[in-house]
Ligand binder design. Structure first.
Ligand SMILES: [Zn+2]
Length: 191
């Protein structure tokens, strides 16, 4: 069976240049792009039967991918001018966190809407729906956990403690914050 390719460039061929540009200029976009890529790879493995999954779980993953695609498309077509004023690395990280929090909050609303859809009276369908709800719960819980870490980091920023290890008080390296702007601990304490 032929498997359709759903990588982002295939999905939005006319936005190819913008995709490349945002991948290098926006950490926020880059993260979403990676998330989409991982999910697409998983779905392709399921379609190729390299990985086994039930139809409901496959469908829930596909629906989540659709949401991710909407989020990416919104960023790609936002025409947000790239900030020319030089931001400090910390300012850039904070901006990434603020953007990411906004997106995750919107995602949670969608997940709640998904979970609230009317349930069937058919027993077989009910079993499938329960499984579907579990997948939705999993995505919802991961989203809430990430938001929690982001809000803690933003709170530390307000107190002038952003980028300081919560365990040993050392500064967290910029490379680490670049990869994980919500990091609570320096690399030694996190290890
Ligand atoms: Zn530390």
């Amino acid at each position: 069976m032929a498997v359709e390719h759903h990588d982002l460039i295939h999905e939005f061929p006319n936005l190819r240049d913008t995709i490349h540009e945002l991948k290098t200029t926006s950490r926020h976009f880059r993260r979403l792009f990676d998330e989409y890529h991982v999910l697409t790879t998983t779905i392709e493995k399921i379609e190729n039967e390299v990985v086994l999954a039930t139809t409901t779980s496959e469908n829930a993953k596909k629906r989540h991918r659709l949401h991710l695609k909407d989020e990416l498309h919104a960023l790609l077509t936002a025409n947000k001018p790239i900030t020319l004023t030089k931001q400090s690395p910390a300012e850039t990280h904070i901006q990434t966190l603020v953007d990411r929090a906004e997106l995750l909050e919107r995602r949670l609303v969608k997940i709640k809407l998904d979970a609230a859809t009317a349930h069937s009276s058919n027993a077989t369908e009910q079993a499938q729906e329960r499984e579907n709800d579990e997948v939705i719960d999993e995505i919802g819980n991961a989203t809430r956990e990430e938001l929690d870490l982001i809000y803690k980091a933003l709170e530390r920023n307000k107190q002038g403690k952003y980028g300081t290890c919560q365990h040993c008080d050392a500064s967290i390296s910029d490379n680490r914050l670049e990869a994980l702007p919500e990091a609570e601990f320096c690399i030694s304490c996190a290890a």
